[in-house]
Write a protein of this length. Structure first.
Lengths: 531, 489
């Protein structure tokens, strides 16, 4: 055990009690990064192939900036001041957030040279709470993917449990970093599962809060009506601590909720007896359009994953929770098609601003025609994933198709929300406090396996995307391993603004499984590093 | 045979809303024709990655004022939408506007023309943001373009009329009535030169009696009412001539060439633009509760058309005077303030002093009307002096000119220069007597029947009085003395 392996809440206590300094914690974390991360992602992309046993979470390590922040925390403590609830906790930030005077690339060539002139609200709040930002971690280009492979900055992140596999995505850099002890907290974003899916793949806790619970100001937009910043952590308590720091209204985000933030820590360890936890058959299979023709195909989930969910339900039942089976969530299977339409329409529009005029990449070719400048800049600056999204987004939002796709997708979205409203209705048949599901239909897949097939890749999000459509919160918790030794995640979904309850359930599961053998495993990438 | 052609014209008006900050960020709104380029720009209005818009509620209130003044329906919810297109003056690559759920619909505006009053229907009123400004610089070895984002994100109100207008005169009347309304509401200065008010007519012409509308053209870049009227006139003639020759009218955007006194085709877009509108996910729907709408309605000032009607009824003014007085709120206020300060004065006479003399002095000086230049109380004082006969009309005009120049009150100028009118009957009687004695030949000719000489003699008396004699008293006294001479013969 090294300092960098301790949970954030313990570090805060130790730093505040002056048992250890913020600078010492930082140096321990920087040493870990030095030991396991290898080359940061870069456009040059050379050499990464040689370091197949490294994590490659980072794009930009801001060690000096972090040292200054850590020193300020220590000074404040020496002066008898309270540096805040995240005092001295090192954290990483998905490189989709703007941080002032720091490269903010979105994992794209088109923003490779962009240095943000302002700081995103959630990052600013973590820093104001005493957190120490380590730097920016890698992701799928503009968050478009579920493996982090599509970043223009290569090598892309690896899974600390098996570096031949992906960490998931798009917040793969966040979850890989946390799993490998490169900062106990990370700020990610979740548009269809981009926090929960990589959290499941990397065996860490990842939470997508209610839409609007955390400000999006400074988050480089993908699907604006779906994007949620959220915490990635080792432990539920850390996720609660971090969410407490970043949640709340923001005058700079009109879609941020104007609802008071609950105290996520106060009742974290209260008992869960009597809470009603649902299981839905619609979350134990994967449904996708038949590539050969009409209709849908269905496949059951791998047994290891279903079993992990059922075991988790059993453990919660031991604690007195009521397990409610056979809750129908009939529109789950339409989540991905509707997501394809909505997110791409929004994404195509959100990408309009990258035009080579004001900032970012501009074609070096001499052109004397404005449209030609746009074409070359965007053709050279965007990778294949943004291009696919632009093409599809442009197509389905064209005047002649918009009714048939976009309007229809919005209706489907309402139906998906309806499934949850019925399940959570306190006067309804099921009266659930939460729905327990697998987070992902598979465990981490090998690098290169699915990449390129963006439709198949997208179905990795089938069990996470309904929460984004509905706007409700969800949390992915580590719940064991499959035969290959890869982490399995389970997901709890709750009604709007039920974060405190989900965290409490997660903490209860964590406590009841604390002594389980699987809890004692560590990622192989740390073998010989942790000592 | 001459076919008659009937023009159909609609107007799209973009009015910048005179808020102190921009539509979606905290940047100050500056005069973009004066300010240093890019002085009022922040990450939000520069379209930086990750920024979000926050709606300026003042802009909503201003928009509501206009919508209510135009008697529009205000739906309980309106929705912002993204209008997507690429252009360097549009930093986000989309303009936040409103599309199928605008702020307001189905309004109307009354206009007055030589044909009388007409109601023009307003189709919709919606909020959107302005773009930046490009300046193309020609240079050796290829030109370049400069971008000024001071104007980017300034709130705009788009007001679209139904195609209810049929003549250039009506177009001008509608545009001026709308400008007057915007100024009354305090939401726009109406300065077309500065581009804060942009008027774009769309015009089509069809054979009279035809049910189908003709192909329309749009005119952009009009920076005066004169240009508006002349361009519409030109376009009607151009399209009618094409139809007469059996040639097709091309749907296009045309610009106004002031020097050529003609509309000219602007570079047409390669293809019809699909803006791929969709609801702006960064802004929640704009919900307007009835209480808020009623509050704004309750604070509306008396509007130009209502005031015009009241001036006609209450003060007995004719339509022309009432319209000239009410076109600008500050003129109408000035008129009523002066009237209040001069209770005895005839409204018609006061109106004449303002729209005749005072406006003439203002025009000669080449300045805007300024109610402080000759304060309403001072004008009232002058008008009362004329009405009471203390000075006569022509002296009054000279005194007003002096008031306008120096800012001093009428009484002071009159006293200082000894301009008081002679109304004393005894004094005027002796002036008349002296004049008749000085011109015995003319008196004799008069008595012999050349009665028109009475007017000449009147002039001589006034001349002897240096214009300061009360003309009514002079007239009476002159007639009396001449009568007595007649009888004495
Ligand atoms: Zn701004």
């Amino acid at each position: 055990m090294q300092l960098c392996d301790l949970p954030a809440y313990q570090l805060v206590e130790m730093i505040k009690r002056r048992q250890v300094s913020a600078v010492e914690v930082l140096e321990s974390t920087l040493q870990r990064i030095q030991a396991v991360d290898g080359l940061p992602g870069s456009l040059a992309a050379e050499g990464g192939a040689l370091e197949t046993d490294k994590v490659h979470a980072f794009i930009t390590l801001t060690a000096e900036r972090a040292r200054r922040q850590a020193e300020q925390v220590d000074e404040a403590i020496r002066a008898g001041e309270d540096p805040g609830p995240l005092a001295g906790v090192p954290f990483t930030v998905k490189d989709i957030f703007c941080v002032r005077d720091t490269p903010s690339t979105a994992g794209s060539r088109i923003l490779a040279n962009f240095v943000a002139p302002y700081t995103a609200t959630p990052v600013a709040r973590m820093e104001a709470a005493g957190g120490v930002m380590l730097g920016k971690v890698n992701l799928d280009e503009f968050t478009y993917g579920s493996s982090s492979e599509s970043s223009a900055f290569q090598p892309s992140p690896r899974n600390p449990w098996d570096t031949s596999r992906v960490p998931g995505g798009s917040s793969g850099g966040c979850t890989a970093a946390v799993a490998a002890g490169e900062g106990p907290l990370s700020l990610g974003t979740d548009t269809a599962g981009s926090i929960r899916q990589p959290a499941a793949f990397c065996g860490v806790v990842g939470m997508k809060p209610t839409y609007g619970r955390v400000s999006r100001y400074g988050l480089i937009a993908f699907g604006s009506s779906l994007d949620c910043p959220g915490p990635v952590a080792h432990q539920v308590r850390d996720a609660a601590l971090m969410l407490q720091a970043i949640a709340g209204r923001d005058p700079r985000d009109a879609t941020a909720a104007n609802i008071p933030v609950e105290d996520y820590l106060a009742r974290l360890e209260e008992e869960v007896r009597g809470l009603r936890i649902g299981l839905s058959p619609d979350y134990f299979r994967i449904t996708y359009p038949d590539p050969q023709g009409e209709g849908f195909r269905q496949e059951p989930l791998p047994a290891a994953i279903s079993d992990a969910v059922m075991r988790a339900a059993g453990r919660l039942a031991e604690l007195g929770a009521d397990i409610v089976e056979d809750v129908p969530m009939p529109h789950t299977r339409f989540g991905i098609p509707a997501y394809f339409v909505i997110s791409r329409v929004e994404a195509a529009s959100n990408l309009h601003r990258y035009d080579g005029v004001k900032y970012g990449y501009r074609t070096p070719d001499y052109v004397d025609d404005l449209n030609e400048m746009y074409r070359r800049t965007r053709a050279q600056g965007f990778g294949p994933q943004p291009k696919l999204r632009i093409l599809m987004g442009m197509y389905v939002s064209a005047a002649q198709y918009s009714q048939q796709y976009y309007t229809l997708a919005l209706r489907v979205r309402t139906l998906i929300r309806g499934d949850f409203e019925a399940a959570f209705d306190p006067a309804g048949r099921y009266r659930l406090h939460a729905l327990l599901t697998p987070t992902t239909p598979t465990t981490a897949f090998p690098i290169g396996d699915v990449y390129g097939d963006s439709v198949l890749m997208q179905y990795a999000d089938q069990l996470t995307v309904p929460a984004n459509h509905a706007g409700i919160p969800g949390i992915s918790l580590p719940a064991g391993f499959d035969e290959a030794g890869l982490p399995i995640g389970v997901q709890l979904l709750g009604p709007d603004f039920s974060e405190a309850l989900l965290l409490r359930l997660g903490r209860a599961f964590e406590m009841v499984t604390a002594e389980d053998a699987w809890r004692q495993r560590q990622p192989p990438v740390l073998n010989g590093v942790r000592g | 045979m001459n076919t008659a052609y009937e023009p159909t014209i609609g107007l799209e008006i973009h009015a910048e809303l005179a808020t102190s900050s921009k539509m979606f960020c905290a940047c100050t709104v500056v005069d973009s024709t004066q300010a240093e380029p890019n002085i009022a720009v922040c990450p939000v209005c520069a379209g930086m990655p990750g920024v979000l818009p926050v709606l300026n509620q003042r802009a909503v209130e201003f928009g509501l004022r206009v919508a209510l003044a135009l008697e529009c329906e205000i739906p309980p919810t309106s929705i912002f939408a993204r209008k997507n297109y690429f252009y360097p003056d549009l930093p986000k690559g989309y303009q936040i506007s409103q599309y199928d759920q605008p702020l307001a619909r189905n309004g109307r505006l009354a206009i007055l023309t030589s044909q009388g009053e007409r109601l023009i229907r307003v189709r919709r009123v919606h909020l959107e943001e302005d773009t930046g400004k490009l300046t193309h610089v020609a240079a050796e070895g290829g030109g370049y373009s400069l971008i000024d984002l001071n104007r980017a994100g300034v709130p705009l109100l788009e007001i679209v009329s139904e195609p209810d207008l049929h003549t250039a005169e009506e177009v001008r009347a509608y545009a001026m009535a709308l400008r007057s309304l915007l100024r009354y509401l305090g939401v726009n200065s109406g300065d077309m030169q500065k581009g804060v008010l942009r008027i774009e007519p769309n015009i089509s012409v069809r054979p009279a009696g035809s049910q189908e509308l003709g192909t329309r053209s749009e005119i952009k870049n009009l920076n005066s009412f004169r240009a508006l009227e002349r361009s519409v006139d030109f376009e009607i003639r151009r399209q009618s001539e094409l139809l007469r020759q059996g040639k097709p009218v091309v749907q296009e955007t045309r610009g106004w060439d002031e020097a050529a006194d003609a509309t000219v085709p602007q570079r047409s877009k390669e293809e019809a633009h699909d803006y791929r509108y969709f609801p702006e996910p960064d802004l929640p729907p704009l919900a307007l509760d009835p209480g808020r709408v009623e509050q704004v309605r309750g604070r509306l000032p008396e509007l130009p058309i209502a005031r015009l009607r009241r001036f006609q009824e209450q003060y007995g003014l004719n339509a022309y005077d009432a319209q000239v007085l009410t076109a600008e709120m500050e003129v109408a206020d000035y008129f009523e303030a002066a009237l209040a300060a001069a209770p005895g004065a005839a409204p018609k006479s006061l109106a004449n002093w303002i729209t005749g003399e005072l406006f003439a002095l203002t025009n000669q000086a080449g300045v805007e009307f300024d109610p402080q230049r000759v304060p309403a109380q001072a004008l009232a004082g002058l008008v009362q002096m004329v009405a009471s006969g203390a000075i006569n009309q022509s002296t009054g005009k000279a005194v007003l000119a002096e008031m306008f120049r120096s800012g001093r009150p009428a009484a002071q100028i009159v006293a200082e220069r000894g301009l008081e009118q002679i109304s004393d009957r005894g004094k005027i009687a002796s002036l008349v007597r002296e004049t008749l004695e000085a011109h015995p030949q003319q008196v004799k000719a008069y008595l012999n029947g050349k009665e028109t000489l009475a007017r000449w003699l009147f002039g001589q008396v006034m001349r002897a009085a240096q214009g300061q004699a009360n003309p009514l008293v002079v007239q009476e006294e002159l007639e009396g003395q001449l009568q007595r001479l007649k009888k004495a013969r």
